[in-house]
Each structure stands twice: as structure tokens, then as C-alpha cells.
Design a protein around this ligand. Structure first.
Ligand SMILES: NC(=O)C1=CN([C@@H]2O[C@H](COP(=O)(O)OP(=O)(O)OC[C@H]3O[C@@H](n4cnc5c(N)ncnc54)[C@H](OP(=O)(O)O)[C@@H]3O)[C@@H](O)[C@H]2O)C=CC1
Ligand SMILES: O=C1O[C@H](COP(=O)(O)O)[C@@H](O)[C@H](O)[C@H]1O
Length: 508
């Protein structure tokens, strides 16, 4: 891997502490950092190199999944960390940073390969990019890369404005937009699941698939983020980015050894094939909800409007479910149902592919209780891929019984999303980052939903905390003759699907 200087804006902040340092340390332990690596942390706080290193060490103790093997290795890791006080708006501070960066590069005798990681609020992206350019930090004899965190814009127009400004200082191939869902190991395995299994590849069409369900349930509420969340809601916080990225990853067809460019192209094609919603029609295919008081894991919790910092009359969405149709030859006629919400019964992110049931149409025997074939991709917190097939059940009047094949046992201690993504950014592999085409098309598709919410054209349904969202979300699927899989609502689960749930859990 090429020698790199990692320049971290927001080095004193929460994301750096909880995700970035632990990821870097885990990469270091796994031998996946460049041999010649140097990190410069930036913030307004008056820290010295020593206090910076002590803070990083503290964050590793708190958040790393790896024990420090020995004091020596931790010391080796921290040795390359330097700190410089920088106020984002002060041009002089960038000149000071340039000096420090160059002196570290000279000291280590490494080329000027600079990775600028912006772990700061998006309102600073433009100023930082411009100052990197103006100060000369961006004029290197090696490569430069810009890694940015979400949110990337607040709507279509602001995303376009931001992109235009960033592209004055960085080319598209130098910009790495993090969507941490793309770094999740199971999402990254979606690609190889298809590529390595011709059977699955052959089935991946509207000929065999009845519907696809993508769920990201969270049991947490708004937490301490009222100021941010009340302005964005589930639609901007999760749906426009993570959920649509999951949809693209599930819907693309990838030949073996696809390049990053091919993945980007295919995702763009999927977004371009999405049936466009008109603002007035949003009500037919989008459900929005807000949690009321309820019980989560036996504990009572307050409703959204009673959370600290939230206006009692807030109309913000904490839940969204939508039906999407991809109008291309692979997916025409296959609904993709997507939902995400806060204060749901449990934390689970998964994709369920429900296959068509050809026997249903030909069988005249009502006793032939046949569960649909399902491919279940568990993304988190459990990880795994399970295929549900039907087998003759001799103990059940010759009927069928679902049986399960675990296609990919979950790896112990698999890398976290940020490890995968930081590694890819260091190696310049942009496959699992959000490219501008996708981001722009996502905002474009979501914009009528934002407008319809804004104008209250879509009812805000209530749901009790600790459930799976409003009843209208179930009705969205019921209208098409389907139901959400793996919601443990007794009225939804037939005896067979309860069997599925049990056997499925038993695989983990
Ligand atoms: N925390 C998380 O889990 C996640 C965060 N994000 C995104 O990551 C980004 C950072 O979030 P987070 O770490 O939580 O935020 P914090 O508020 O914890 O940290 C903000 C950081 O920005 C620095 N900063 C703020 N203003 C200035 C300034 N004028 N000049 C120099 N530095 C400044 C602060 O340094 P100092 O105070 O020393 O000046 C601090 O290091 C945001 O865009 C957020 O949306 C995305 C996903 C998850
Ligand atoms: O980006 C975000 O993601 C988290 C959920 O991430 P996960 O990896 O725990 O599934 C969500 O809580 C947060 O609101 C959102 O900003």
C-alpha cells in the first residue's frame, strides 16, 4: 500500500473517537495500514501531540473490538499521530498545516499522498475544500483524496450546490463519500454472493422473484440528536442514503470481477429505472410514521414529541415505508418494499428476497402447505445468509416443510464498516462509496416525497414504540398479497413462518 498522510479534520469529535481511531487501530493490528503512515489530527481544542495520543488511546480502550496486544504495538500505532490546532475558517491555520504536513513527509521520506478526512459538520465541507486548494495543501506530487461523511445535502438543490463547490477543488474520482452501510461486511458480500453462485445469479429476475423487502429497524429513539434529527427525519437520515444504497446493491447484476466503474454504472442504471413518483401520488406508495410512547425491551419510553429538544407539535417522520418499482427487464413487476424506523421492536437490518411459488398455481391440494422460498440476508446486528427451501415432510401427511441452508456462516470478529471503508479509501478503491450519480439520482427520486411531507399530502401515522411501525405499513404489502417477513406479530405468522423464524434464528 502506498505511503500516506491521513489529515483528519474533526479529530477531537465523537465520530473520530467512536469509529475512526478504532478502525485505524484494527487495520494496524491486521497489517492493513501502509508501512509508511502518518496522521495529523485537527481541531480547535488546544491539544498537544501527547494529549492527542492519550485521547486516541482512551478511545481505543473504550471502542476498539481488539485488545491492545501489547503496550509496544499500541505505542507503535500512536507514534505517528500528530496534532495541530486549526480553525476551519482561518486561512493561516492551513499554511501551518501545510508546513507540518511537508515536514512529516520529509521526515518519513514519503511522497505527498494526502488523504483529507472531513469528520466535521457538512456546513464546513466547502470552506475546507477551498482552503485546501488555496493553501497549496492540495497541490501534491502524489495523490490527494477527500473523504466526507453524510449528510451530503439536505435536498436535491443543496446536494447539487455542495457537489459543484467540492468539485472546484477535487475531481469526482478523488471524492470518497462514506455511506457506512456500504462498508458493512454483509453488504459487501452481496456482490460475491451473486458472482460466486450461478444458481442465485440465474434466479435474480422477475421470472422467479415475487418481491424484495429491505428493512432497517432501530430500537433506539432520537437519542441526543434532536437538533439534527427533527430537521431530517427518517427519510433523509436513513432512506435517501442507506436504504436506497441497499436497494441498488440488491438490484444490480454483476459479472465476475466487476470493476468499481461497472458497479457505479449499474447502480446508476438501477436508479434511472426507478419509476418516478409524482408529489400527488406519494400517498399511494409511501407511509410515514412517528413513534408514540410504548415499551422497548420491557422498559417504558416516551413518544417522539415528548423527547427532549423536540417540539410537541413536531410533524417529523421517525418511520418510513415505501414501495418502489424498477422498470427494467430484470425487475419489472417486482415490488421492492423498503422500511426504516426508530423505536421499533428490535434492532435488525436485513434483505429478504421472496421467490415466486409456482406450485401454488398448479396445486389443487389445500393440504400442501408450501412456504415460499426465501433468501434472507442478515446485515446486522447478526450477520448471515440463509436460503429457505421446501422439503417433503413425511410426518405431515406428505406435505412440505421448510428447511434452511446457511449459505455463509458469519465470521467471528468480522471487520466493522469503517475498517472496510477506510482501507478502501487508503487503497483508492471507490467501489463501496456513494458516487455523485447515485447521490444525485437518490435525491432526485426522494424529492417528491420531501415535498409531499412538507405540504402534508401524506398522513403522519402513529405507532407505539416497541412495534414494527404503523398498521398502514403492513397494509402497503397486504394490498399486493404479501406481508413483511420476520415481524413477530402473531397474527401474521402462519405455523410455517413461525417454524422459519425458529430455524432461522437457530442458524445464528
Ligand atoms: N458521530 C457519529 O456517529 C456520526 C457522525 N457523522 C457525521 O460526522 C461528522 C462529525 O460528527 P461528530 O464527530 O459526531 O461531531 P462532533 O460535534 O462530536 O465533532 C465535531 C468536530 O468538528 C470540529 N470542529 C467544529 N467546528 C470547527 C471549527 N470551526 N474549526 C475546526 N474544527 C471544528 C470539532 O473540533 P473542536 O471542538 O476541537 O473545534 C470536532 O472535532 C458530522 O458531519 C456528522 O454528521 C456521520 C455518521 C455518524
Ligand atoms: O447513519 C445513521 O445510521 C444509524 C444506524 O446505523 P447502524 O449501523 O447502527 O444500523 C442511525 O442510528 C442514525 O440515525 C443514522 O444517522
Amino acid at each position: 500500500m502506498e505511503p500516506t498522510t491521513f489529515i483528519l479534520f474533526g479529530a477531537t469529535g465523537d465520530l473520530a473517537k467512536r469509529k475512526i481511531y478504532p478502525a485505524l487501530y484494527n487495520l494496524f493490528v491486521d497489517g492493513k495500514l501502509p508501512q509508511a503512515f502518518s496522521l495529523i489530527g485537527l481541531g480547535r481544542r488546544e491539544w498537544s501531540d501527547e494529549s492527542f495520543q492519550a485521547n486516541v488511546e482512551q478511545s481505543l480502550r473504550q471502542f476498539s473490538r481488539r485488545e491492545a496486544k501489547d503496550a509496544g504495538s499500541l505505542k507503535d500505532f500512536l507514534r505517528v499521530f500528530r496534532y495541530s490546532v486549526l480553525d476551519i475558517g482561518r486561512k493561516d491555520d492551513y499554511l501551518k498545516l501545510l508546513k507540518l504536513t511537508e515536514s512529516r513527509e520529509d521526515e518519513l521520506r514519503i511522497p505527498q499522498n494526502r488523504l483529507f478526512y472531513l469528520s466535521v459538520g457538512p456546513e464546513y465541507f466547502e470552506t475546507i475544500a477551498a482552503n485546501i486548494q488555496d493553501s497549496g495543501l492540495g497541490s501534491t506530487n502524489g495523490w490527494k483524496r477527500l473523504v466526507i461523511e453524510k449528510p451530503f445535502g439536505h435536498d436535491l438543490q443543496s446536494a447539487r450546490d455542495l457537489n459543484r463547490k467540492l468539485s472546484k477543488a477535487f475531481a469526482e474520482e478523488e471524492i470518497f463519500r462514506i455511506d457506512h452501510y456500504l462498508g458493512k461486511p454483509m453488504v459487501q458480500r452481496l456482490e460475491s454472493l451473486q458472482q460466486a453462485n450461478p444458481v442465485i445469479q440465474a434466479l435474480w429476475t422477475n421470472r422467479y422473484i415475487a418481491n424484495v423487502q429491505i428493512t432497517a429497524n432501530e430500537s433506539v429513539g432520537v437519542e441526543e440528536r434532536a437538533g439534527y434529527y427533527d430537521h431530517v427525519g427518517a427519510v433523509r437520515d436513513m432512506f435517501q442514503n442507506h436504504m436506497l444504497q441497499l436497494m441498488m446493491m440488491a438490484a444490480i447484476h454483476l459479472p465476475h470481477d466487476s470493476t468499481s466503474e461497472e458497479v457505479r454504472f449499474k447502480k446508476k442504471k438501477v436508479m434511472e429505472s426507478l419509476e418516478v413518483l409524482q408529489k400527488e401520488d406519494v400517498i399511494a406508495s409511501v407511509i410515514r410514521g412517528q413513534y408514540q410512547e410504548g415499551t422497548i425491551q420491557g422498559k417504558p419510553v416516551v413518544g417522539y414529541a415528548s423527547e427532549p429538544g423536540i417540539a410537541p407539535d413536531s410533524m417529523n417522520d421517525t418511520f418510513i415505508a415505501a414501495k418502489l418499482q424498477i422498470d427494467n427487464s430484470y425487475w419489472r413487476g417486482v415490488p421492492f418494499y423498503i422500511r426504516t424506523g426508530k423505536r421499533m421492536k428490535d434492532k435488525s437490518t436485513r434483505i429478504v428476497v421472496e421467490f415466486k411459488d409456482p406450485l401454488k398455481q398448479v396445486s389443487t391440494n389445500n393440504d400442501d402447505h408450501i412456504a415460499p422460498n426465501l433468501l434472507v440476508i442478515d446485515i446486522g446486528p447478526n450477520e448471515g445468509i440463509t436460503l429457505q427451501l421446501n422439503a417433503k415432510d413425511p410426518g405431515h401427511k406428505g406435505g412440505f416443510k421448510p428447511s434452511h441452508i446457511d449459505l455463509h456462516a458469519s465470521e467471528q470478529n468480522s471487520p466493522e464498516a469503517y475498517e472496510n471503508l477506510i482501507y478502501d479509501a487508503l487503497t483508492g478503491n471507490s467501489t463501496f462509496f456513494a458516487h455523485w450519480d447515485e447521490v444525485e439520482l437518490s435525491w432526485q427520486w426522494v424529492q417528491p416525497i420531501l415535498d409531499a411531507f412538507e405540504e402534508n399530502l401524506v398522513p403522519l401515522h402513529s405507532y407505539a414504540a416497541g412495534t414494527y411501525g404503523p398498521a398502514e405499513s403492513d397494509a402497503l404489502l397486504a394490498n399486493d398479497g404479501f406481508h413483511w417477513w420476520f415481524d413477530s406479530k402473531p397474527e401474521q405468522n402462519t405455523d410455517i413462518s413461525e417454524g422459519v423464524q425458529y430455524a432461522y434464528n437457530a442458524n445464528h
